[in-house]
Ligand binder design. Structure first.
Ligand code: SF4
Length: 365
């Protein structure tokens, strides 16, 4: 079935022409979809009834079926597992930080990169998501936040409110699904409809060098984060296997070029793993590695341990020492909160948990 959210504004205009309608009907539908977030053509009140009926019969608007959702104990994080029309499942997370309401979205079903510490990586890649399947994840939480009813579902957020930030850090490697991801982000940043500032969108990649260089040429000023996790090729080849193709000198060269072209800061994600990548020597190597970049920022994230994986989070003392060395080397850092460890908020963990009946029963309570 045709997913209307997969279509750009001009594709919707073309569709209307092929349906024997004036092209401006496509603009009207685009507004209903991306500004009003309607999921039922019946609510598109400025369309003729026959057109609404045809849309209802032949097109899909919301491809997400909520399987379940789970909040952390403090009411700051909600993780949702959705089923897509083909039966695949994806995860989406809403995180509350003071005034920010950030949605972490997925771009693929599974992931082909195969990082050994990641639940998604263990399952391999099933398929890319379409633009509409990516957009719908943000729309789903936006609709929930826009509701004026008092929050009877536990999350500590005043409603109505809005999604303020998007991080493309869920399941999958977004630059391996480049066109669909960029189409989705453009729709979400469209000032005439959803109107999220592109500066409030952060895309995280493991470092697909040709795509980073392509991103540098886009006229969409999103932020770039790189999942680094290791300061040497030897270690990174193990932790992030794509490093064998795009090793660190190549990656750093691409990031220097990206920064020259965009003048934007690059952030690095570094999952702290006990005894693997958290020594003082490795912190010094990281300072040296990032030296060619202007104002790099490093997020140090205690690893969310995946059941069945030997990788464990670093101790707070090791993280503090690592952080001190980076800061002494002139690199700004943030130690990121481990949001939702108890709700399996690490990438792919809820989906993995949902495949184990006893865990699913636990989540359902
Ligand atoms: S950490 Fe990211 S890139 Fe690596 S396997 Fe998991 S989803 Fe893929």
């Amino acid at each position: 079935m045709l997913n209307l959210l997969d279509l750009t504004r001009s594709q919707l205009r073309d569709l209307m022409r092929t349906w024997g309608q004036p092209a401006y009907r496509g603009d009207q539908i685009y507004q209903w979809l991306h500004k009003n977030l309607v999921t039922d053509p019946e609510h598109m009140t400025n369309l003729p009834k026959a057109l609404r009926q045809r849309l209802a019969a032949e097109a899909l608007i919301n491809p997400l079926e909520l399987l379940f959702q789970v909040d952390d104990a403090r009411g700051e994080t909600r993780k949702a597992l959705f089923r897509l029309p083909d039966g695949s499942t994806i995860e989406v997370v809403l995180m509350l930080y003071d005034k920010r309401r950030t949605v972490c979205i997925s771009t693929q079903v599974g992931c082909g990169i195969g990082c050994p510490f990641c639940a998604t990586g263990m399952g391999g890649l099933t398929r890319n998501l379409s633009p509409g399947e990516i957009i719908a994840q943000v729309h789903w939480f936006e609709r929930w936040l826009r509701q004026e009813s008092p929050d009877s579902e536990g999350l500590a957020v005043q409603r109505p409110s809005r999604v303020t930030n998007i991080v493309v850090m869920g399941m999958g490697e977004p630059l391996a699904n480049y066109d669909a991801t960029m189409q989705a982000l453009r729709a979400l940043a469209d000032p005439e409809t959803f109107a999220l500032s592109a500066r409030n969108i952060t895309l995280s990649t493991v470092g697909l060098v040709p795509k980073i260089l392509r991103l540098a040429q886009e006229d969409l000023p999103i932020r770039l984060a790189v999942s680094l996790h290791a300061p040497t090729d030897r270690l990174r080849n193990k932790l992030v296997p794509i490093n064998k193709r795009y090793h660190l000198p190549k990656l750093m060269d691409a990031l220097v070029r990206y920064q020259e072209a965009t003048r934007r800061r690059v952030t690095f994600e570094y999952a702290m793993m006990q005894g693997i990548n958290d020594s003082a020597e490795q912190a010094h190597l990281l300072v040296d590695l990032l030296a060619p970049l202007h104002r790099p920022h490093v997020n140090l994230i205690p690893l969310n341990p995946t059941p069945g994986s030997p990788y464990q989070p670093s101790s707070p003392a090791m993280i503090r020492r690592f952080q001190q060395i980076l800061e002494a080397g002139g690199i700004t850092t943030t130690v990121r909160l481990r949001r939702g460890v108890e709700i399996s908020a690490g990438c792919g963990q809820l989906r993995q948990a949902a495949q184990q009946p006893d865990v699913l029963q636990f989540i359902h309570g």
